[in-house]
Design a protein around this ligand. Structure first.
Ligand SMILES: Cc1ncc(COP(=O)(O)O)c(C=O)c1O
Length: 443
């Protein structure tokens, strides 16, 4: 780059810094007037400078920033690999598709390749695209009930749900609260099942001191703005089992067999020397397709934002935990009206939200409407009992036992925001409004 171009670049980035400080300065909180979102992106000049810098580089497709981000995340998880994709939904799709790919037949540590009709155990309270990859890959989901309090799959029911065709468990750590990973990993090993974790809501959460997302063969993350870090749209697969690392990348990148980084050629050293399928000998490895893949790649612009967000993970997680603790302590006196979240002593959540379940006689809708009128956003636990969703009524399935906990969660649970954009003033205002609802008499 010429000196003049370098100089202009520095000026543009300096102006970007100045602009961001002015245009995106935090606004003062005015109780009752300022909206309290349940989640949102939290950023400063670093993210905007990263994005503008990347746009000036004009690499566009996944390139140097994506590579650095993937390496940083793989290091964070001490994983074999971290594969950046365009959403958490894509990450879930890749995890399930990888279990169905031919290479899975040779993978160590599980029951091999999943075939159409094989079963995957998963909770009934879930996010739609945690479940849909199972159905889309012609596998059969086996639904297990969830617990009020943890909002996770009930670990005591999972073993009973295993049938002759059960090959995998796919468990989300609901709203950032880790599942009982001691029980689930022990069970997966003993019964020879693949374990997949949907950690989209739980970046930074630990169980027995180990990060969730690092227990299963693979774990997924989402970088949508509501999540712990964001790049707008984005996600990733934490690949813990080395036998899946090339398959996940292949499935992300059109199903190709070649593993060259963008802009590179002949990484394998035998680009024109392969014999595969029924192709003529020496067919260009770049154009050899070993899997039925997708294109689920993210761009370098997204990764540039992600790199700045990566640095903030510890502070973001701590802020979420602080807000969660504040709610937990303050709302204890309402325990006869509201069920507070239950945390396993071995778990350290990285909360996505603060879930509450109304007890008998309390109307959830009245409470969330009261909060909404006070400009406080709430959310339900995603799809609730997903089997009651219109698009899921007729999916192939097996249901283990009753789904009473899941139905109750669907009817009575909601969550409050804990994201790092909320400070003490906002949390205290929310607490005051929750108490205000119960003081109003009839509740
Ligand atoms: C548990 C869970 N899994 C998967 C997803 C999908 O992530 P994305 O929106 O990035 O596709 C979400 C989204 O919020 C989620 O909460």
């Amino acid at each position: 780059m010429s000196d003049r171009a370098e100089e202009l670049r520095s000026r543009i980035l300096e102006l970007t810094r100045e602009y961001t400080a002015l245009a995106h300065a935090p606004k003062p909180f005015v109780p009752g007037e300022s909206r309290i979102s349940y989640a949102g992106r939290v950023f400063d000049a670093a993210e905007v400078v990263g994005l503008v810098g990347s746009s000036l580089d004009f690499w566009l497709t996944a390139g140097p920033c994506a590579d650095r981000f993937e390496k940083a995340m793989a290091g964070f998880f001490r994983a074999q690999d971290f594969v950046l994709v365009n959403s958490g939904s894509s990450a879930n799709l890749l995890m399930v598709a990888a279990l169905c790919a031919e290479d899975a037949a040779r993978a160590q540590g599980g029951p091999g390749r999943l075939l159409p009709g094989d079963e995957v155990i998963t909770p009934a309270v879930t996010f739609p695209t945690t479940l849909t990859p199972i159905v889309q890959n012609q596998l059969v989901p086996v639904f297990v009930d969830c617990e009020v309090g943890t909002y996770n799959i009930n670990p005591a029911l999972v073993e009973e749900a295993i049938g002759p065709r059960t090959k995998a468990l796919l468990v989300p750590h609901t709203v950032g609260n880790p599942c009982d990973m001691a029980a689930l990993t022990e069970l997966a090993e003993r019964r020879n099942l693949w374990l997949l974790e949907d950690s989209c809501d739980a970046l930074g959460a630990t169980f027995d001191g180990r990060l969730v997302g690092s227990f299963g063969a693979m774990g997924s993350l989402s970088f949508y703005p509501a999540h712990h870090i964001t790049m707008g749209e984005g996600g990733g697969v934490v690949v813990n089992n080395p036998d899946f690392h090339r398959t996940v990348r292949s499935l992300r990148d059109w199903g190709r067999d070649c593993w060259c980084e963008p802009g590179c050629n002949n990484t394998c050293g035998r680009r024109f020397d392969w014999r595969m399928g029924e192709l003529p000998y020496g067919y260009d490895h770049k154009y050899i397709y070993a899997n039925l893949g997708y294109n689920l790649k993210a761009t370098d612009l997204q990764a540039a934002i992600g790199l700045a967000q990566f640095e903030k993970i510890p502070a973001f997680v701590e802020a979420r935990r602080r807000n969660f603790r504040r709610y937990h302590e303050a709302l204890k006196p309402l325990e006869d009206r509201l069920e507070l979240p239950r945390i396993d002593p071995r778990a350290n959540p990285s909360p996505f939200g603060f879930p509450l379940t109304v007890r008998e006689g309390v109307d959830r809708r009245a409470l969330t409407t009261h909060l909404e009128n006070a400009k406080i956003e709430t959310r339900l636990v995603f799809g609730g009992n997903i089997l009651r969703q219109p698009g899921f009524l007729s999916i192939p399935r097996r249901v283990h036992g009753q789904l009473e906990g899941s139905d109750r969660i669907m009817r009575d649970t909601f969550f409050l925001g804990v994201y790092p954009g909320l400070g003490e003033a906002q949390i205290d205002y929310v607490i005051e409004q929750v108490f205000g609802f119960f003081k109003e008499g009839s509740r």
